[in-house]
Design a protein around this ligand. Structure first.
Ligand code: ACO
Length: 331
C-alpha cells in the first residue's frame, strides 16, 4: 500500500495589496521589499475568516469525491478564528465529512509538512481511504502594521491536499521523509495567545517566557536569526528526505519549499546545485502565508500543468518553532 496526493485546492482572497500600498502605511518602498524578499504583492482577507478560506480550498480539492471516504482532517493554522471548536471541525461540517476525525495542528510554517507526514502514517495504519490536509492562515491577524520589518512579509490564504491510499504497485506515492525541530530557537518568532486572567488571580504575573519580545498579540521576529536558520536547514532537510527515498538530488524534478523569502529559496537552490526551474519560487504575489504556502503553490503547479504524474517531488517546510521537515514523493 502507498499514499499519494490525489487532488489539490486553494483559496486566495481577492483583495491584493501591492508594495506601493504598504509604503502608504510604513516607511518602506517597492524596491526594498522586492530586493530583500522577492515579494511584490500579497492577498489580504476582506473579512473572510480563516475557516472559510480553508473550507473553500478543501471544497476545490474534493471536487466530486465522496466526503464520507475521508477518515482524517488535519487543519494547520497559527491563526484560528476560535479556540474551540477546532477549525478542522468547522471545515468537517462545511464539507460533510461525517466519518472523519478532525483536529488542528500548529507547527508554524512547517505545519503542512508535519500534517502530511502525520496523515500518511495514520492512513497507513487505519482502514480509511483518504485524508484531507487544509492549511489556512490569516496572518494579517498577527501582523503589526507599525513594524516595517515584518508587516511587508506576510499575506493571507489557504491550500488543501487530498491524500489517498493506493496499491503498492502504483508508481505514485511517498518515498522518503525527514522531520525535526529545535525549540531553543522558539524565541526568534513570537506572537502571544491568551493570558491567564480569572477572578481569583492574586499572584504577581508569571514571568514572560520570551521577555525580550514586546510582541503582544502580533508577530515579533528576529529576521536575521530565522534567515540564518532557514538557509542552512532547507537544503539539509531536502537532502535527508532525498537520501531516505534512495534518490540522488539530480533525480528530483521539483522542490517546493515554504515561501518565506526568495533569497532563502535561491540560496538553497545554489547550495543543492539544482536548476532554478527545479526549485520552485513563487513568493512574488502570495508573500509568506505560513503553513499555507506549500499547498497553495502545489495547487498552482498542478493547474499550470507543471506538476505531472510520475514526477519526483520534495516538499520542505521550515519556520517558527523552530520546526522543519521534508517529504519526498512521486506525484
Ligand atoms: N523597508 C525599508 N527598510 C527596511 C524595511 C522595510 N520594510 N525593513 C527593514 N528595513 C531596514 C532596517 O531598518 C535596516 O536599516 P538600518 O540598516 O538602517 O538599521 C535595513 O533595512 C536592513 O534590515 P535587516 O533586518 O537587516 O534586513 P535583512 O536584509 O536581514 O532582511 C528580512 C530582512 C527580509 C526580514 C530577512 O531577514 C528575512 O527574510 N528573514 C527571514 C524571515 C522569515 O523567513 N520569516 C518567516 C519565517 S517563519 C514564518 O514563515 C512564519
Amino acid at each position: 500500500m502507498k499514499i499519494q496526493i490525489e487532488k489539490t485546492g486553494s483559496y486566495l482572497p481577492s483583495l491584493v495589496i501591492a508594495n506601493d500600498d504598504m509604503a502608504t502605511i510604513v516607511e518602506t518602498n517597492d524596491d526594498w521589499i522586492r530586493t530583500r524578499s522577492g515579494i511584490e504583492s500579497r492577498h489580504y482577507t476582506s473579512g473572510e475568516p480563516t475557516w472559510f478560506m480553508g473550507a473553500e480550498a478543501a471544497k476545490e480539492a474534493l471536487e466530486s469525491t465522496d466526503p464520507e471516504t475521508i477518515g482524517l482532517i488535519v487543519v494547520t493554522t497559527v491563526t484560528p478564528d476560535y479556540a474551540t471548536p477546532a477549525t478542522a471541525s468547522i471545515i468537517q461540517a462545511e464539507i460533510g465529512a461525517t466519518h472523519a476525525l478532525a483536529f488542528d495542528l500548529n507547527a508554524g510554517c512547517t505545519g503542512f509538512v508535519y500534517a502530511f507526514d502525520l496523515a500518511a502514517a495514520y492512513l497507513a495504519a487505519m482502514p480509511f481511504e483518504r485524508a484531507l490536509i487544509v492549511s489556512t492562515e490569516t496572518l494579517t491577524k498577527l501582523t503589526n502594521f507599525n513594524d516595517r520589518k515584518t508587516c511587508v512579509l506576510f499575506g493571507d490564504g489557504a491550500g488543501a491536499v487530498l491524500l489517498k491510499k493506493t496499491d503498492a504497485n502504483d508508481p505514485s506515492g511517498i518515498c522518503g521523509r525527514f522531520m525535526g525541530g529545535t525549540g531553543e530557537g522558539a524565541e526568534h518568532l513570537v506572537g502571544e495567545a491568551y493570558e491567564v486572567n480569572h477572578p481569583f488571580l492574586q499572584a504577581p504575573p508569571w514571568p514572560k517566557r520570551f521577555p525580550d519580545h514586546e510582541a503582544g498579540r502580533t508577530f515579533s521576529m528576529r529576521g536575521r536569526e530565522i534567515y540564518k536558520f532557514a538557509v542552512q536547514i532547507l537544503p539539509e532537510t531536502v537532502m535527508r528526505a532525498v537520501a531516505e527515498a534512495g534518490w540522488a538530488i539530480d533525480d528530483v524534478d521539483l522542490i517546493v519549499p515554504h515561501q518565506a523569502n526568495a533569497r532563502i529559496i535561491q540560496g538553497a537552490a545554489k547550495r543543492l546545485g539544482v536548476a532554478e526551474d527545479v526549485m520552485v519560487e513563487q513568493i512574488a504575489d502570495i508573500a509568506n502565508t505560513s503553513s499555507a504556502t506549500i499547498p497553495i503553490v502545489l495547487h498552482r503547479l498542478v493547474r499550470e500543468g507543471r506538476l505531472q504524474r510520475g514526477m519526483r517531488v520534495v516538499l520542505c517546510g521550515f519556520g517558527g518553532g523552530l520546526c522543519y521537515g521534508a517529504v519526498a514523493f512521486v506525484y
